[in-house]
Design a protein around this ligand. Sequence first.
Ligand code: RET
Length: 247
Amino acid sequence: MTPKPLDPDVALWLWLGVAGMVLSALVLFPRTRKARTPYEESELVNQFFVLLIASGTYLAMALGQGSVIAGDGRQVQVSRYMTWAFTTPLLLLGLASTALGSPIARRKPVVAGLIGADVIMIVTGLVAALSPQGSAQKWIWFTVSSGAFLAVLAILWTTLRAESRATGDDHHRLFLRNNSALSVIWLLYPLNFVFGTEGLGLYGQAPTTAGYTLLDLLSKPIYGFFALAGVKRLVDGRAGGAPTLNP
Ligand code: RET
């Protein structure tokens, strides 16, 4: 991965991303050692790995690595899509275990379908990003990726919402809260794609990078700490009822 020179504004946003991800991973790590139930532990470890993976790929991007120059001369951050291919399944697994309880035993095919649709969304989104500016191919792949995204939202809002009700009132309430936050944040990603350099090009590379960095900080550390606060309250409320972990 030969480093490519970065515009100073782009580099600044990428270094802000590195700082946000690394600091939040450092804050979260000690908490993973204090989990009280298997469910709390799986949510903490899941979220920690989301931050760790994002720290690595933001570092690569800030060092000028992990991008390719598309045929039309645009610099496309391929490593951003590679991070998403790992972090979005982890975020969805966290939400699925709030719906189904942990370990996820019931509805394994539904969870597999959820993750499968998500990976298709990211891979076809990358193909759209790499397709030439203004080409029909770009918008065909964008439509395919958006279709996969709709499948993800449909599974979350129908099957998993119903399952969360069956798991228990506390899981149902937490699922609705976390799912609403996640869905709203995720809907903003395709907007940055459409208006930024990967889509219509209404704004340049620095604002596009700023948009994705802010969204990544929202969807990983900020959503993560928000979701984990709910998990902590749920486990506090169940004290004595659920299986516990040995130190
Ligand atoms: C793309 C462009 C093509 C159409 C759609 C997209 C959706 C991307 C999403 C990304 C979410 C990323 C997150 C990362 C956190 O680690 C690929 C931008 C629908 C929803 C949450």
